[in-house]
Design a binder for this molecule. Structure first.
Ligand SMILES: NC(=O)c1ccc[n+]([C@@H]2O[C@H](COP(=O)([O-])OP(=O)(O)OC[C@H]3O[C@@H](n4cnc5c(N)ncnc54)[C@H](OP(=O)(O)O)[C@@H]3O)[C@@H](O)[C@H]2O)c1
Length: 327
């Protein structure tokens, strides 16, 4: 596989985690980083060994030596940042949730196609070996037809109106930050729902916690609870007519998944330790796609990302919640 020159936009928490994985991933070249502050970009570049640093995002987007840009800014900035990269001919891997709503995502997908560029949501969970193992079990009929999925995601952070997580102008709220993961799991295993029922605790125009039920006309359903200021196990279950699959606690990052028969007997357990910190798998997937000249990842297809965005649009519609610039 050829070497891939990476650019990173934004130097916050997840950018550090991602850069640590990038540094140890084969064929990944730490080429450039951009921050709104040149000093921050310089310091980040120095810490991880990037060759170039930019004091604004658009200059990085214009750098033709970059094979792919990883966007690690808050949700409300994603649309602009992705569009700037695509307009300048850059392939993009963008953090979750990839946009504020499905309208923005549709515009991005159209632009990526028009420019013949690769675009992928950084939904690392879907690239991880345990998730792929569960998919394989399901595809091989090991649990029969899926009747039910249940997944939780809590993050017990205290309310802080200055934190991006709680700021509507940053695209904050549990839905886009946390619920996106269990929704992604449900969508990956059950497809697009026929009915959505949801509730949320709202404060200062963001959802602190929410509960979502997805109902399917074939008799299946998915149940999801998530939020800030609560403690859940964050595990996930996929239950079928012939057995069930349980992901370890923290299903989105677990290294363990177990297959049971319908009587609760353990049939198979799969464990895979991270090579670095778990983010390497999405890096490997994006690099593979670029090397093979794919414009979309088979593991994180546009259709799945769009379907999840549409479910989140519907939840917010049910709650009467809009982000500042939404009509
Ligand atoms: N995959 C995962 O496991 C995971 C985990 C955490 C977060 N995330 C996602 O990653 C994204 C960033 O999250 P984070 O926790 O890294 O956020 P963060 O620590 O607040 O960092 C975000 C960075 O974005 C840049 N930025 C651009 N516009 C900004 C604005 N208006 N306000 C604040 N920062 C701005 C800043 O970098 P500069 O100052 O350098 O420009 C900032 O450091 C979000 O989409 C989040 O959902 C993913």
């Amino acid at each position: 596989m050829k070497n891939i020159n990476w650019g990173i936009i934004g130097t916050g928490r997840i950018a550090h985690t991602f850069a640590s994985a990038l540094k140890k991933t084969e064929n990944a070249v730490l080429y450039a980083v951009a921050s709104r502050s040149w000093e921050k970009a310089e310091s980040f570049a120095h810490e991880y060994g990037f060759s170039k640093s930019y004091g604004n995002y658009s200059e990085l987007a214009q750098d033709g030596n970059i094979d792919i840009v990883y966007i690690a800014t808050p949700m409300a900035s994603h649309f602009q940042d992705v569009m700037t990269c695509l307009e300048n001919g850059r392939n993009v891997l963008c953090e979750k949730s990839v946009t504020l709503n499905s309208e923005q995502l549709e515009k991005i997908i159209t632009k990526a196609k028009e420019k013949n560029l690769f675009f992928m949501e950084a939904m690392w969970t879907k690239c991880r070996p345990v998730f792929l193992k569960a998919k394989e079990w399901v595809d091989n009929g090991r649990i029969g037809s899926i009747k039910y999925t249940k997944a939780d995601f809590s993050n017990n952070v205290k309310y802080n109106p200055d934190d991006r997580l709680f700021r509507a102008d940053c695209g904050g709220g549990a839905l886009l930050d946390l619920t996106v993961y269990p929704l992604t799991l449900a969508q990956a295993f059950l497809g697009d729902p026929d009915e959505i029922i949801s509730f949320a605790n709202i404060r200062d125009n963001i959802d602190l916690s929410d509960s979502v039920i997805l109902k399917y006309n074939n008799g299946s359903f998915a149940s999801i609870d998530s939020g800030f200021e609560i403690d859940l196990k964050n595990n996930a279950v996929i239950s079928g007519t012939d057995g069930y699959i349980i992901f370890g606690d923290g299903f989105f990052c677990t290294c363990d998944v177990t297959l049971y028969d319908r009587n609760g007997n353990e049939i198979e357990k799969f464990s895979r330790e991270n090579i670095v910190n778990g983010y390497e798998y999405e890096i490997i997937e994006a690099q593979k796609c670029i090397s093979e000249n794919l414009k979309e990842s088979p593991l994180v297809p546009h259709s799945g990302t769009l379907s999840v965005m549409k479910i989140m649009d519907e939840c917010r519609k049910q709650w009467g919640l809009k982000f500042p610039d939404e009509k």
